[in-house]
Unconditional design. Structure first.
Length: 446
């Protein structure tokens, strides 16, 4: 299953009506909101490409009453891992992917010659218009956990976008974030030097900035009990597909003594097993696997993993620990999610940011709305002999603020405090606090 569920720019309903008719109804303000769902375009960084500017592949389309065997034959001939299905009115009604074939057909031991694609396809796939930003298309695929997205122009499906085509945009996004992160770290280091303060400890503000903003590693996106399929070289392909179905993933790692020896993905099963008419039940993994797969480590930066997957056209990357034992498998969706989740600088919607506050000696929560406020807060903490300056987040939009130590006056801040003043150091603090890290600016020993 390609997992195409959830929101989207436009969604085709199960009822009748052509794509162009419904598009016109939407643009003309039709009240039939149940037929189409639309989401406003979020604010994004300038310079992003639209999906139309990507190297799109023309979509392979077949009738929904075709057999799975015919679909696989057509997919192999085109070297593609997804096909769009149309109903009797020639309207888009579904999508069939390599993962669907692996988990819904092979793992269920259905006969390819007798199973119509309509029985195992994902119905009513989400699609986007051709002028959609590539980053937005990537976000939809990541959020919906699917790799393929039909592209519509003038009411017609013109192409099928694979998530791999969006990796360049994910890389660009993460590199931009790293550049802004460097500026934030430099600003904090400058403050440290100015105040003669050493910020130390394993979870300090500045170190968190370095790790989370400059070179976050794969360890930050791997869950503690990560689920992945492992099989032995002599296990059958059928055994692997049943495990893949159970865990709802699309790859299996062949291991010996818990060290990776090979990998087999749902695309491999389609191209090397199904289209070659091999029996999944009698074909051993070692016969069709990709031997000695390239692996990442828990310390591999996410950006490096993105480059590897983009340059080598990988969709899955086994991850090993420092001793070479398999600990996880990250797919392109998870790595891309880490990239698009990076939101700093111009890409941050300041109207939706929480307020950053610190706690003074009277246990009052004081808003930090600018660099000057942060400088004043740290200076005050030092003068008051406080051991630390604890930062908090306030999502309510209201809080008490001591406007400045120079004036000593008090005023209540409103929800637009961030929109009025949001700069480099405050942005860094917002980022760190936003990922759940409590930051301390510790006073050095006198």
């Amino acid at each position: 299953m390609d997992g195409q569920v959830g929101g989207g720019s436009l969604r085709r309903s199960r009822s009748g009506g052509s794509v162009s008719e419904r598009k016109n109804a939407l643009e003309n303000g039709s009240a039939e909101s149940g037929r189409w769902t639309s989401t406003p375009r979020p604010s994004t960084m300038s310079g992003d490409r639209t999906v139309k500017r990507l190297r799109l592949s023309k979509a392979l389309t077949i009738p929904e009453n075709a057999t799975v065997r015919e679909a696989c034959r057509r997919m192999a001939a085109r070297r593609t891992d997804a096909v769009l299905l149309t109903d009797s009115n020639a309207l888009l009604c579904g999508i069939l992917t390599d993962k669907d074939i692996t988990t819904r057909v092979i793992a269920q031991e259905l006969k390819l010659e007798e199973t119509p694609v309509s029985k195992v396809m994902t119905r009513d796939p989400i699609f986007v218009l051709s002028d959609t930003l590539a980053v937005e298309a990537l976000q939809k695929m990541v959020q919906g956990k699917f790799r393929h997205l039909p592209i519509v122009e003038n009411g017609e499906v013109i192409a099928l976008l694979d998530i791999a085509k969006c990796l360049h945009d994910a890389i660009t996004r993460m590199e931009r974030a790293a550049e802004k992160g460097k500026a934030m770290v430099a600003a904090v280091e400058a403050m440290e030097k100015h105040w003669g303060t050493t910020i130390s400890g394993p979870n300090t503000f500045i170190e968190t900035l370095r790790v989370q903003m400059l070179r976050p590693s794969l360890s930050t996106i791997i869950e503690e009990n990560s689920k992945f399929v492992t099989v032995s070289p002599t296990d059958s392909v059928l055994t692997a597909t049943k495990k893949m179905l159970e865990l709802k993933i699309s790859s299996a790692i062949v291991t010996i003594e818990n060290k990776p020896q090979g990998i087999l993905t749902s695309r491999d099963i389609l191209m090397r097993v199904v289209t070659k008419n091999l029996s999944p039940e009698s074909t051993p993994m070692e016969k069709v696997m990709t031997p000695n797969p390239e692996c990442g480590t828990v310390d591999t930066p996410i950006l490096d993993a993105l480059h590897t997957m983009h340059d080598r056209k990988f969709l899955h990357l086994p991850v090993v620990d420092r001793d070479g034992f398999i600990v996880s498998v990250v797919d392109v969706i998870r790595v891309a999610h880490a990239a698009i989740a990076t939101r700093v600088g111009d890409d941050i919607d300041k109207s939706h940011l929480p307020q950053i506050l610190y706690e003074d000696e009277d246990h009052d929560k004081v808003i930090l709305a600018s660099d000057g406020d942060l400088v004043a807060a740290v200076d005050h903490a030092r003068q008051a002999g406080l051991k630390s300056l604890r930062l908090h987040l306030d999502h309510s939009g209201l809080g008490r603020r001591k406007k400045g130590r120079e004036s000593g006056s008090l005023e209540y801040a409103h929800k637009d405090a961030w929109a009025a003043a949001y700069s480099t150091v405050a942005a860094g603090a917002a980022f760190v606090a936003g990922i759940g890290v409590m930051a301390y600016l510790k006073r050095s020993a006198a």
